[in-house]
Design a protein around this ligand. Structure first.
Ligand SMILES: C[S@@+](CC[C@H](N)C(=O)[O-])C[C@H]1O[C@@H](n2cnc3c(N)ncnc32)[C@H](O)[C@@H]1O
Length: 265
């Protein structure tokens, strides 16, 4: 299993028949005229997701160390607005790339993920990552972590992103050069705004995807929802945790970590 299903370990019983499990394992909770048990249930769920996430981060750090990824590098001098690495996500990325052995990888939003993806590629002995970042500063910070041969398998490119309207939806699109075949996309950028919570790039690159390509989206529940609606080919979709709270069918709140779209057919 590519994604550890934390959703399976959470107790949705308190929501009764208001929680409906989707085919990808995620849950949609209907909070129309929400009563006290529903509100308390959502609060408890968020707390238990936080607990699970902390455990998963500790486990991820240990596993990366064991796999020989130098996680100590993450504590070197960092900018003051550094958010710090999420080792749970990084471990998931590392194992996914070690298992699938993609050759052409594209990342939107560079950072520790770039370092870890490049480490997995170096270990695989095959593959190349191009990481696009809309921040010149962070592109440089990421480049400074690519030592020990990692720069040979990875390039960090500073690009602009455009504010666009895609079929009536406000979105971002990175200004990237034309791509050849792509086997793996990791979407974790650009920084989103309240009114613009979608990047269209994986959809734009869909025709470049190889037969067994995978798109991994970090968080970004509205982007996940957008891709589920707009991608044209067939995918097996798995979410690590995803629950969406709706009121009269309108999405109100969503929590999710990783979602993988694995192309199938
Ligand atoms: C969600 S972050 C991307 C994080 C990256 N994919 C990772 O997993 O480490 C989105 C943007 O924030 C900036 N950024 C990168 N690393 C950061 C960090 N450690 N703290 C704060 N911002 C960061 C970059 O401009 C990046 O494109």
């Amino acid at each position: 299993m590519l994604i550890s299903k934390i959703t399976d370990r959470l107790d949705f019983n308190v929501f009764g028949d208001r929680a409906i499990r989707q085919s990808d394992g995620s849950m949609i909770i209907d909070a129309t005229n929400a009563d006290q048990p529903i509100i308390a249930g959502v609060v408890n769920m968020l707390k238990s997701i936080d607990r699970e996430e902390l455990i998963a981060r500790d486990e991820g750090r240990m596993k990366l160390e064991k796999a020989g990824v130098n996680v100590a590098v993450t504590s070197t001098d960092r900018p003051t607005d550094d958010l710090g690495p999420d080792f749970a996500d990084l471990w998931l990325l590392y194992t996914t790339i070690r298992e699938r052995r993609p050759v052409n990888l594209v990342e939107f939003g560079s950072g520790w993920s770039t370092y870890v993806i490049a480490s997995a590629i170096r270990e695989n002995g095959i593959g190349r990552l191009v990481s696009f970042d809309t921040s010149k500063k962070w592109a440089e910070v990421t480049r400074s972590t690519l030592f020990g041969g990692l720069a040979e398998v990875c390039e960090v490119v500073h690009v602009a992103s455009r504010e666009i309207e895609f079929e009536g939806e406000l979105a971002f699109q990175h200004d990237i050069p034309p791509q050849a075949q792509v086997d793996f996309i990791y979407l974790d950028g650009p920084p989103l705004t309240a009114e613009r919570s979608i990047a269209v790039d994986p959809l734009i690159l869909e025709n470049n995807l190889s037969a067994d390509a995978m798109i991994v989206v970090d968080g970004r529940p509205w982007n996940v929802d957008f891709l589920k609606r707009k991608l044209r080919q067939k995918y097996k979709v798995e979410s690590d945790i995803l629950f969406v709270l709706t009121v009269k069918g309108e999405k109100l709140l969503a929590a999710n970590y990783m979602t993988a779209f694995a192309k199938c057919g």
